[in-house]
Design a protein around this ligand. Sequence first.
Ligand code: GDP
Ligand code: MG
Length: 415
Amino acid sequence: MFVDQIKIEVTGGRGGNGMCSYRREKYVEFGGPWGGNGGKGGDIVFLGDSGMTTLYPFRFMRHIKAKSGGDGMSKGKTGRSSDDTIIKVPLGTIVKYENGDLIGEIKTPGETLIVARGGKGGRGNISLSTHKNPTPDYAEKGDPGDHMIIELELKVLADVGFIGFPSVGKSSLVASLSNAKTKIADYPFTTLSPQLGMVLAGEETYAIADLPGLIEEAHLGAGLGIQFLKHLARCRVFVHVIDGTDETPLEKYEKIRFELSQYDPKLLEREEVIVINKSDMIDEKTKKALKMTFKKDVLFTSAITQDALLTLKFLLLDKLHQIPVTEEVQTKKVYTLEPLEEDVVITKVNDQHFKVTGKALYELYMRTDMSNDEAIKRLTRQMRALGVDELLKKNGATDGATVELFDFVFEYVER
Ligand code: GDP
Ligand code: MG
């Protein structure tokens, strides 16, 4: 299978922990809070790079983690905010959540998309001091960064797609026409990947792709054909390649068109050039007969003798000039995290055992240094404010019931 779709795990940098420290003054045991805030964790940012044409490098980057923010320091110093982790992606990369919803698409060079945000830094005890509690004995931990599985999908942004039966000369034509061959050799199954090339026509360039798979992969089984068809759907022009030595060229042509229509009937309306290749192998009489058979404009080419390749090059450029680039996928640049669940969720395991989870609770919990009694006390107050005690009571919790808060377990005390 070729790589044009890959799932990876991304984790934004954790925010730095807030610091809990005290200013020392003569004759005063604790001279007031002195601990600074933690720094922000780094984001993971995708950056459009026109030099890349495949998602292949992601095979070796299945989990991308951004750097954590620095911890807060004493003397009120804020921890260092972490640099973002910048990852280059090819143009045309579509990023989705695991459920298929769109996060965004990278279309132009230099365009960026945040795919996982770093966590906020925790507050140090200076920031946490209040009128009632001027010298808190705790600090907040930094927030974790976003963590999720995302799916990358690359539709090859080829202007021209070469289609046709196997061995008609698609790859040979693409190779002959294009100057810059992409690093396709890295693919484990080279013959089944779309081969991209840039064509230099005068001062202009366009991308062409040899897209196997309409017929070729049929015997290889599920889904592969569809993969190629997705690439194909984005090409503005098709070059339909026929082998000039074929006994049944029109049937082959119709068969390919049928495959196209199965995917999307609109593909049949796509601008196409019919190329009859291997012209070096056929005589004038055969050419005439072929012209009669197709009843359409056909161009005789040879990848071996380079016959008519220049004509084809400029014919394609001409056609591309006439067809505007269509925008299929809308861009949504800012990534927002959907609320995963309610703020507080109580699950009753049995009469004496409850689990409390929820988005707001999770945030508070992750900010709390559970090794610090004062911090835990603060968390209990915050939980009460969120109505956790009341909800537990409503659910039938009685004195001594076990309450699980993520990986922390405590005893329910009736008040
Ligand atoms: P694809 O399967 O359509 O990509 O076809 P290939 O480009 O791999 O070509 C299949 C075979 O046909 C190879 O052995 C090529 O050398 C040969 N071939 C391709 N183009 C021509 C041509 O114009 N003339 C001749 N004589 N052979 C060709
Ligand atoms: Mg080929």
